[in-house]
Design a protein around this ligand. Structure first.
Ligand SMILES: *[C@@H]1O[C@H](CO)[C@@H](O)[C@H](O)[C@H]1NC(C)=O
Length: 980
């Protein structure tokens, strides 16, 4: 018996340790009701199935062990009658009939409670951004209060008899443990400490929007509270059933099996409700009929883990009392959360005082001792209808407490405060990074140098006409001659396709107007736009040909497909891409010497575009749908977090996702921050991932030229006509001048529309970056962690501030204009209510009045970034999309990078704009504005943009890209090349 008890306890604890991590990243929580049905049904079936075998054994051992000792049985019965709840007369033996009726009632209530709990889970998961703390640590307290109200109140103090002759210590112990308020007090203490501990170690809030104007704002915390009461109710009911079971060993009441049936029945109830929904909602029908492998696998894991834990829990519960059982559950969960919560370690250089933590751990430790006291006294008394043992070995709790203290003393990650400001470090680093980049990008001084460097970098000869390109570039004083890695990387996978295949696929795109692509035909140096192109985007392809005209005479005959949507189009799954890359690099590495020009007769290789559009397409329509797991992350390795984890809890800032590219709260590696593979939380943080306006994606390598793409997409980037055609332009005027930096307003400024994605009634606007930006600046309700000067020393330290205090020390003007765009259903009024009216439209040239300009991308790249760079203000750039010039600019030298999570916005602004904490009391010190650093970035950005991002640079890049493309599509591509 003892061994089994120990195994069950350890199994339960192991399950509790393992489960939270599994749940945190599980895809199954996206469908809480469906998942709950499966979990409940499987668990119910397991309990029933296992109990059948175990029950047999139990009966035997029961007879064998307790048969000869009728006295104990009788006394048990008496005590249990004494503490019974539903009011039958004290001490009298209940009739089997009334017992059965009572059981039926308890069973039905349990089913109802389980069903309600599923709905609570559903609501909380749906509104998780509005959850507040965790109420669950108060579960033992609730049960203790119940216990007190029903049982202890009526009981007299225990007479000290057998303890009289113990040691004085034992006597005090015994006396203390016997006190009638002891249980309530110690569980209350545990609840308080645990919830404080949890909130102290909880990660900071993300910028995901919990709209204060929506009912969820108050409803979700209320539902959380309801969940706590339901949990308590379920505990009480389960223990009642176990109790009744052990009360009447002769009446064939098999307690665990009844609990199993309750699980099963609640699954059935929800299935019936689900079936009704299934018939009315086509979305759900579609979802069920096309099961998703990731979801099923996640559900399988979750079900397995939950059921094993539940089985152990039932086993432990049948041997312990509700309070001590819930004590164990809560204690393990909190202890483990505290133990494993080292989020601040993940954002490096984030200093925290652990004094508070220390207090909490100590108090938990004390609660632990109190608990042990209670348990021991319970054993001493041997009062138990619940069997006279606790299910929880005291040594176990002590060892968890020991671990906590051990970690506190030896594994403390928090002690270091940042000694200097991280931005100082980052700016210094950026300077040397930029110098290195510049050197390698422009090392060659002659054509033969350039050819040699090309061979060395890209392991093959330059394309035909390279000498013409070289002259073109140098005559336009291009600084960048050597570094065209972006072209190389974009084209590399396409080397796995034969030239004929590439031509065929280009034809497939252009021949079907549904592809949303514009075709451009190059024939004998002149350009023609494909006739079947949709008219709305005419300006774009006109712009493209406008750039191409500059160098078209040297281009070989070919057709090109230009993406007319802002959104990117092509993602090749990781395994396929890896295989392609192997073939590609082999194909790309031929080094035949000599000058070989493009083939003649190329034009015949490109099939004419039919009058009648073709019907088939390899693109899949995914507009208004989530695209992260379907497209954005498919290029990531299967072992990467983006493929394995679903971070459904959008309330928490995923510090571990930001850590690889961060220094404290600041973005430290712009290149790495583009990769989604370590950032599964981005699934909920950008319009493209949540609900793009136009998304037609392909898993096949389709040769599509796009203006911008997130990392992981395989579109081919080309310089957008938007900037080339001056759709927005840096053009200060006497009316809107660009004043010297010191005369600009010390404010961060943004105006824009909600055009990042379409929120058509599903509430996804709460995650979109632009909305989060506006919300953070104007409507934030959660405290913000900001790197600020300490009160007296003015050293940088992370301080938690209320949003009103942040607004008092930092100036921002971040507003929406033009009402709410791209919305549908209730999301339109919801956003209008939350954000208030939109700001009046301001002239684009008004931007230069402000020192700091936010640049957030939208449905595609941000067209304003170049004008911002050219101005004398500092751009703060946050973006999922990357453009053709990626790599030319260095973050922290030419612009200030912001993480897409936006958590570092205030800290970054505080550094550059300065803060004076006097206006908000003594919590914050004073920093002068770092106007010199800011002005340096503005000036460096302006100069560099006028060196490497000119219109000439766009032509030069595009020219070289199309020469490479010409070779790639040439049947003799292995022989082609230029050499000197
Ligand atoms: C930034 O990340 C990239 C990609 O992982 C890496 O190659 C580069 O070395 C990193 N740069 C710095 C300064 O750490």
């Amino acid at each position: 018996m003892d061994a089994q008890k120990l195994i069950s306890s350890i199994g339960l604890v192991a399950g509790l340790v393992f489960l939270p991590g599994l749940v945190r990243t599980s895809f199954a929580i996206d469908r809480p009701i469906h998942s709950s049905i499966v979990v409940l049904a499987v668990c119910g079936a397991c309990i029933i199935g296992l109990d059948r075998t175990r029950a047999l054994k139990d009966t035997k051992s029961h007879r064998h062990r307790y048969g000869p000792i009728p006295l104990e049985d009788a006394s048990d019965r008496r005590i249990s009658g004494n503490r019974s709840v539903h009011g039958e007369e004290n001490g009298s033996k209940q009739s089997p009939l009334s017992s059965l009726r009572r059981l039926r009632l308890v069973f039905l209530i349990l089913v109802g409670a389980l069903c309600a709990r599923v709905e609570v889970l559903h609501q909380v998961a749906k509104g998780v951004q509005c959850t507040r703390g965790s109420y669950q640590p108060f579960l033992p307290f609730l049960l203790a209060v119940y216990d007190f109200a029903i049982i202890r109140r009526h009981r007299q103090e225990w007479k000290p008899d057998e303890e009289q002759n113990g040691s004085p210590f034992k006597q005090v112990f015994a006396r203390l443990s016997r006190h009638r308020y002891m249980l309530v007090l110690s569980t209350l203490l545990l609840g308080l400490c645990s919830s404080l501990e949890l909130s102290a170690t909880a990660p900071p809030s993300s910028t995901y929007i919990c709209a204060t104007t929506l009912p969820t704002f108050t409803l979700v915390p209320a539902i959380q509270l309801l969940g706590l009461f339901l949990d308590a109710l379920i505990f009480v009911l389960v223990f009642h059933i176990l109790d009744l079971g052990s009360d009447s060993p002769q009446s064939n009441v098999n307690a665990p099996r009844i609990i199993g049936w309750a699980f099963l029945l609640s699954a059935v109830v929800w299935t019936i409700i689900g079936a009704l929904v299934f018939f009315v909602s086509p979305d759900d029908r579609h979802w069920i009929l096309t099961p998703d492998r990731t979801y099923l696998w996640s559900l399988f894991n979750l079900t397995l883990a939950v059921c094993i834990t539940v089985l152990f829990a039932v086993s432990v519960a049948s041997r312990s009392r509700p309070v001590s059982f819930s004590f164990l559950v809560v204690f393990t969960l909190t202890g483990m959360t505290a133990l494993t919560s080292d989020w601040s370690q993940h954002i490096q250089n984030l200093g925290f005082s652990d004094k508070l933590n220390f207090v909490f751990v100590i108090t938990i430790f004390v609660a632990d001792i109190l608990y042990a006291v209670i348990e021991m006294s319970a054993e001493n008394r041997s009062r138990s209808s619940m069997k006279n043992m606790s299910g929880v070995p005291g040594w176990f709790l002590f060892s968890i407490a020991g671990l906590l203290i051990f970690r506190l003393l030896f594994g403390n990650p928090y002690l270091s405060q940042p000694s200097s400001h991280p931005i100082d470090t980052l700016i210094g680093r950026a300077r040397s990074q930029h110098d290195l980049w510049k050197k390698q990008a422009s090392s060659s001084k002659s054509l033969s140098d350039a050819v040699a460097v090309y061979r060395q970098r890209y392991h093959r000869n330059p394309p035909p006409q390279f000498d013409i390109w070289y002259n073109y570039a140098t005559s336009r004083s291009s600084l960048v001659i050597d570094d065209y890695d972006n072209i190389y990387n974009d084209l590399l996978p396409y080397w796995s396709l034969s030239p004929a295949e590439i031509r065929q696929r280009t034809w497939e795109i252009i021949a079907n107007p549904w592809s949303d692509a514009g075709g451009v035909h190059v024939r004998a140096g002149s350009l023609e736009i494909s006739a079947n192109m949709p008219g709305t985007h005419r300006w774009m392809v006109d712009g493209v040909t406008h750039i191409m005209e500059k160098f078209a005479e040297w281009l070989p005959d070919m057709d090109l497909a230009f993406n007319l949507n802002d959104e990117a189009r092509v993602t090749v799954p990781f395994e396929v891409l890896e295989a392609l890359k192997v073939t590609s690099s082999r194909a790309a590495q031929s080094k035949t010497p000599g000058v070989v020009g493009f083939s003649n007769e190329r034009s015949s290789g490109w099939a004419p575009i039919p009058e009648q559009p073709i019907a088939e397409s390899r693109f899949q329509q995914r507009s208004f749908q989530r695209t992260f797991y379907g497209f954005g992350a498919v290029g990531c390795p299967p072992s990467s977090r983006a493929q394995k984890e679903r971070l459904w809890n959008v309330k928490d800032l995923c510090t571990t996702c930001a850590a690889p590219h961060s220094l404290g709260y600041f973005l430290s590696n712009w290149t790495l921050s583009a990769s989604v593979c370590h950032q599964p939380d981005l699934a909920d943080l950008h319009g493209l991932n949540l609900s793009p306006a136009a998304f037609k994606g392909s898993y096949d390598l389709m040769p599509m030229f796009s203006q911008s793409k997130p990392a992981g997409y395989n579109d081919i980037l080309y310089p957008s006509a938007w900037n080339y055609m001056d759709k927005v332009k840096y053009a200060p005027s006497p009316e809107f001048p660009d004043p010297p930096f010191s005369n600009k307003e010390n404010t961060i400024f943004w105006r824009g529309a909600t055009s990042e994605g379409v929120s058509a009634g599903s509430g996804v606007w709460k995650g979109m970056a632009r909305q989060r930006l506006v919300h953070l600046a104007n409507n934030a309700t959660t405290p913000q962690l900001v790197l600020l000067p300490q009160p007296r020393t003015n050293k940088p330290t992370y301080i938690m501030l209320e949003p009103t205090s942040v607004a008092a020390i930092l100036n921002s003007s971040i507003r929406l204009v033009d009402g709410i765009a791209r919305c549908g259903g209730r999301d339109c009024p919801d956003q209008t209510n939350e954000f208030g009216g939109s700001a009046p439209r301001s002239d684009f040239q008004h931007h230069w009045h402000y020192r700091f300009l936010v640049d957030a991308d939208g449905a595609g790249f941000s067209g304003r970034f170049l004008p911002f760079l050219q101005s004398g203000s500092v751009p703060f750039k946050t973006a999922l999309f990357r453009e053709w010039y990626e790599g030319r600019l260095t973050a922290w030298r030419h612009f200030v990078p912001l993480d897409l999570r936006l958590h570092g916005l205030w800290s970054t602004l505080a550094y550059f704009a300065g803060v004076d904490g006097r206006s908000i009391g003594g919590r914050v010190g004073k920093w002068e504005a770092r106007a010199k650093e800011a002005e340096d970035i503005a000036e460096n950005g302006r100069k560099w943009a006028n060196t490497v991002l000119r219109k000439e640079d766009m032509e030069i890049y595009f020219f070289r890209l199309l020469l490479e493309w010409g070779r790639l599509t040439d049947d003799r591509r292995d022989e082609l090349g230029f050499s000197v």
